[in-house]
Design a protein around this ligand. Structure first.
Ligand SMILES: Nc1nc2c(c(=O)[nH]1)N(C=O)[C@@H](CNc1ccc(C(=O)N[C@@H](CCC(=O)O)C(=O)O)cc1)CN2
Ligand SMILES: Nc1ncnc2c1ncn2[C@@H]1O[C@H](COP(=O)(O)OP(=O)(O)OP(=O)(O)O)[C@@H](O)[C@H]1O
Length: 194
C-alpha cells in the first residue's frame, strides 16, 4: 500500500513536471476559462488557493481574476504551532511573503490575517493524482487531510476543489480512513462533480 503510493507519486509528479512552460501557461488560462464559464466562483467571496510548484496547475490567473472581481484570496501557511497542519492566511498584492521549509512562498502571519476554515467559501487543493470519485493523492505530508479532518462538523464548510492537469487523473485511487475527498475536480478541460 505504502510502496504503491510512493510509486504513484513518482509517476504522476513526473507527468506534470514534463509539461512545457507553454503547456503550463495554456493549461492555467484554460482552467480560468472553465471556471468563469461555469460560474464556479460566482457565489464565493473568500477563496483559498495555492502557489504552484513542481509542475502543479497554476492558480496565478485565478488569483488575478479574484483580485479584479473583489474576491478575497488566501494561501496555506504551515502552522507554526500545530504539527503538519495548515493555516489559511489572506493574500493581497501588498502581503509580505516568506518562503517556508519547502521553499514555497507564504504570507507572513499577522494578528488579523489568519482566517478560520468556516469563513472560507471554497478551497483549491493541490494534488499529485485524482480519480473520478474525488479521491486525491497529495504530496504525502497529510497537511490538507489533517487541516480538514473536522470539516463535516462545521456549521458552514467550504467547497473543496481539487485542481489539477488532466494528466493527473488515475483510474482509481485506494483510500485511507483519514483521506478527505473533494467535492469537485477542476481541470483545464472540465469540472467533475463528485
Ligand atoms: N503549492 C503547494 N503548496 C502547498 C502544498 C502543496 O502540495 N503544494 N502543501 C500540501 O500539502 C503544503 C506543503 N506540503 C508539502 C509537502 C511535501 C513537499 C515536498 O516537496 N517534499 C519533497 C521533499 C521534502 C523536503 O524538501 O523536505 C519531496 O517529496 O520531493 C512540499 C510541500 C502547503 N502548501
Ligand atoms: N487527520 C489526520 N490525523 C492524523 N494523521 C493524519 C491525518 N490525516 C493524515 N494523517 C497522516 O499523514 C500522513 C500522510 O497522509 P497521506 O499520504 O494521505 O497525505 P496526502 O493526502 O498525500 O497529503 P496532503 O493531505 O497534504 O495533500 C499519513 O501518515 C497519515 O497517517
Amino acid at each position: 500500500m505504502l510502496t504503491d503510493k510512493i510509486e504513484l507519486r513518482k509517476k504522476f509528479r513526473q507527468l506534470r513536471r514534463e509539461l512545457s512552460a507553454e503547456q503550463q501557461q495554456e493549461a492555467s488560462t484554460q482552467a480560468l476559462q472553465i471556471i468563469v464559464n461555469h460560474r464556479l466562483l460566482e457565489e464565493s467571496e473568500h477563496i483559498a488557493l495555492y502557489l504552484s510548484r513542481d509542475g502543479e496547475l497554476s492558480c496565478h490567473e485565478i488569483i488575478q481574476w479574484c483580485w479584479q472581481n473583489s474576491k478575497k484570496t488566501y494561501l496555506p501557511v504551515l502552522d507554526p504551532d500545530q504539527g503538519q497542519q495548515l493555516l489559511f492566511v489572506e493574500y493581497t498584492e501588498q502581503t509580505p511573503m516568506l518562503n517556508n521549509r519547502f521553499a514555497i512562498p507564504e504570507p507572513v502571519i499577522e494578528s488579523s490575517n489568519v482566517t478560520l476554515i468556516d469563513q472560507l467559501d471554497c478551497i483549491f487543493l493541490p494534488l499529485v493524482a485524482f480519480d473520478e470519485n474525488g479521491n486525491r493523492l497529495g504530496m504525502g505530508g497529510g497537511f490538507y487531510d489533517r487541516t480538514l479532518a473536522e470539516i463535516d462538523n462545521l456549521a458552514r464548510s467550504p467547497q473543496l476543489f481539487g485542481f489539477a492537469h488532466d494528466c493527473q487523473q488515475a483510474s482509481s485511487l485506494s483510500t485511507e480512513s483519514w483521506d478527505i475527498p473533494v467535492h469537485k475536480i477542476v481541470t483545464p478541460s472540465r469540472i467533475i462533480s463528485v
